[in-house]
Design a protein around this ligand. Sequence first.
Ligand code: FPP
Length: 231
Amino acid sequence: MANELKIPRHIAFIMDGNGRWAAQRGLQRSDGHRAGAEALKNMLDACSEQGIEVVTVYAFSCENWSRPQSEIKFLFSLISKFAKKELQNYADRGYRVMFSGDLTQLPQSTKNAIKKVMDYSKNNTGMIVNIALNYGARQEIVRAVNMILQSGIRNIDEQMFEDCLYTAGLPQLDLIVRSSGEKRLSNFMLWQCAYSELIFLDKYWPDFDKDTLIEILKEYSSRDRRFGGIK
Ligand code: FPP
């Protein structure tokens, strides 16, 4: 059918604009992040309803450590709570929760919370929720190179390289969506984005809802993906 939506197997969100959403309403940045967490829940539900297999979200970049301590502390406390309650709830419903990034640097309480839900859900076969946390794409690539060097292998192919990324084993990244009108990737999934479609929306992340996902899927469905070939 001409109007049928094409569903990406793997979608990623750069959840931008929480701070501006809050400022617009005379609220604190922390209120914006709280509203962002609510939007994330709605988005995960909407993606699951649409049959998307993997949702990756950029929750905290390696560069976000340059933010004020108070905001960093708030974000990790929010993420820990989200892991204990919401992600646990998703895990109970059969979703697999995983994380991409250097988790060794996180506060101990966050490490405990995310390890618990990751271990609990590791054999689940439902939608995969992949949270990029203390994540940077350049750091991920350098880490992969070091893994290869340490293994002593002197000649690799693309598959071997991909197997050393956090996203090893996941379907190719079909679509990256960024909120808030910024049109850049900000050190996100730089290897994986090779043939991803890119969608930039003006609305701030806390305003993303189920209708936004439909809007995104309509736009994605209209794209002609040729992967360098011709039709
Ligand atoms: C960027 O927007 C957003 C972040 C650095 C944090 C993203 C975090 C959430 C959506 C909170 C919930 C996440 C989880 C996993 C529970 P910004 O705040 O820098 O926006 P601004 O550019 O308008 O200031």
